[in-house]
Write a protein that binds this ligand. Structure first.
Ligand code: G6P
Length: 489
């Protein structure tokens, strides 16, 4: 990247996401324990050497005193993280309310139950106001750290107002916005009372990115049908101003998973798991405990499979890792109870004194244990009812070089568009079809498994998270240059 003074140096990248990739626990008045969580986005940016990246986001903790805020800011600075301090009421209305009770379900085509919908209507205005206020607070922090030439990359449904707030501060700021969830059909988006304001706020960005071409197409349709703007092959045009809209499918840092399998602690875990489940096929689900993940559908299909195939009852086990998430939102609390009830019923029905068919864990696993689990799995089940991409399917494939297990994948996950040819694609709403896919996967011949695995492994190892991040940012730089040239003409 060339600076204006001719000296070459790394371009600064400000990544803005609701949550920082670091969790903080207060140890004293001014001391903090920080733990870095390496999710998809973090590992994507760790591998990109071209930029000097900093991260701006909510610390996830409620810190109201000045000493606490100052000391946390200093501690986070060492990790190149900059906190946005949100008060509890804002978190409640913005994060639990507007983000996770309204936008998240709607973008995944999940209508709220009728009584919640009515309650939501009453509190809708205050939640939307908190959403805008929170976005403005993020913008204030970005603006305070912004230097000319920086690229600002905003992430996800929490921050749809951010591009607008940033451009109001400085119309020359290079702003990209990326959605990690699906963008639904315009007919779904138009049911949202704040549909137009949200679209206009996003359109303030220079470049808008989605995981799949379909999500990009839905977004452009929403802009043309709801706002009456013009959709072009490049994006959306409003009175001569073009917002570029395109698909940038994310990947994973596949080398990190492949290398992990060679580490002694992972090898040890693998051996332990192989001994523990000797003589049984291992099926695996790894999900946040979220209604979009289709966990009830998955375990009901497993129950049907056991019901119809008594010979398999002592020969297969389903390990379901269900990571608790958004536990203050009532819909998530209801889902937890529902899943526990179904798992309990199935284990009661098919368990023996020495074994149960489902091992359900309400917690996350550390990276090494997770890699080992992926490596010993015979069949992975990804049954999302809708999912922006789903990187669990990618992680599983990356860890299967020796076993060549089978991936059962929902056709409603973004990943179905890239791993479809190497997976068994299913409609998770069809429990009968899902149950027979389990049987098909468990009995697939070695040649069939190898062929499918080869296809997926090639994709996962060549379409990495690093490549995704580099492509998006370079496209954003190009978009801004092109638009400057256009306005000069
Ligand atoms: C999804 C969203 C992310 C979010 C993550 C975890 O993947 O797209 O933006 O960070 O879920 O959810 P949480 O509410 O715990 O941040």
């Amino acid at each position: 990247f060339e600076r204006q003074d001719g000296r070459s140096q790394k371009q600064r990248l400000l990544v803005v996401a609701n949550r920082l990739p670091v969790s903080a626990v207060r140890k004293g008045e001014d001391s903090w324990a920080l733990e870095v969580s390496v999710g998809g986005l973090v590992s994507a940016l760790l591998g990109v050497n071209e930029f000097e990246a900093s991260w701006i986001g909510w610390s996830g903790v409620n810190v109201t005193d000045e000493i606490g805020q100052r000391s946390l800011t200093e501690a986070l600075a060492e990790k190149r993280c900059i906190p946005v301090f949100l008060d509890q009421e804002t978190v409640h209305q913005y994060y639990n309310g507007y983000c996770n009770n309204i936008l998240w379900p709607l973008f995944h085509y999940l209508p709220l139950p009728q009584e919640d919908r009515l309650a939501t209507t009453r509190s809708f205005q205050s939640q939307f106001a908190a959403y805008k206020k929170a976005n403005q607070m993020f913008a204030d922090v970005v603006n305070a750290h912004y230097q000319e030439g920086d690229v600002v990359w905003c992430h996800d449904y929490h921050l749809m107002f951010l591009p607008k707030c940033l451009k109001e501060y400085n119309s020359k700021m290079k702003v990209g916005w990326f959605l990690h969830t699906p963008f639904p059909s315009s007919e779904i988006h138009r049911t949202l009372p704040s549909r137009s304001e949200l679209l206009r706020a996003v359109l303030a960005a220079d470049l808008v990115g989605f995981h799949t071409y379909d999500y990009a197409r839905h977004f452009v349709s929403a802009c043309t049908r709801i706002l009456g703007l013009e959709g072009t092959p490049e994006g959306v045009e409003d009175q001569g101003k073009l917002t570029r809209v395109a698909a940038f499918p994310i990947g994973i840092d596949s080398d990190r998973f492949i290398r992990a399998l060679e580490l002694p602690p992972v090898k040890y875990h693998i051996k332990e798991l192989q001994e523990r489940f000797a003589g049984r096929k291992v099926m695996l689900g790894v999900d946040r405990l979220d209604m979009i993940k289709g966990i009830p559908q998955k375990i009901l299909a497993f129950e049907k499979f056991l019901e119809e195939n008594p010979d398999w009852r002592d020969k297969v086990v389903l390990l379901q890792i269900a990571v608790p998430t958004r536990t203050d939102v009532p819909e998530y609390q209801k889902l937890t109870c529902q899943v526990h009830e179904i798992v309990g019923r199935i284990n009661g029905r098919f368990g023996t004194l020495t074994a149960v068919p489902i091992h359900h864990l309400d917690r996350s696993l550390d990276f090494h244990a997770l890699c080992a689990l992926y490596a010993v799995t015979d069949v992975a089940l990804v049954t999302s009812l809708r999912d922006g991409m789903n990187l669990v399917s990618y992680e599983f494939v990356a860890c299967q070089a020796s076993k060549k297990g089978v991936l059962i994948l929902s056709e409603f996950a973004g990943a179905a568009q890239s791993l479809g040819a190497g997976a068994i694609l299913v409609n998770p709403w069809n429990i009968t079809e899902l149950a027979s896919s389990i049987g098909y996967a468990l009995t697939m011949c070695a040649h069939g498994r190898e062929k499918r695995h080869h296809h997926n492994f090639l994709h996962v190892t060549t379409h990495t998270s690093q490549e995704w991040a580099e492509t998006f940012v370079s496209e954003l730089n190009d978009t801004v240059v092109e638009s400057q040239l256009r306005t000069r003409q």
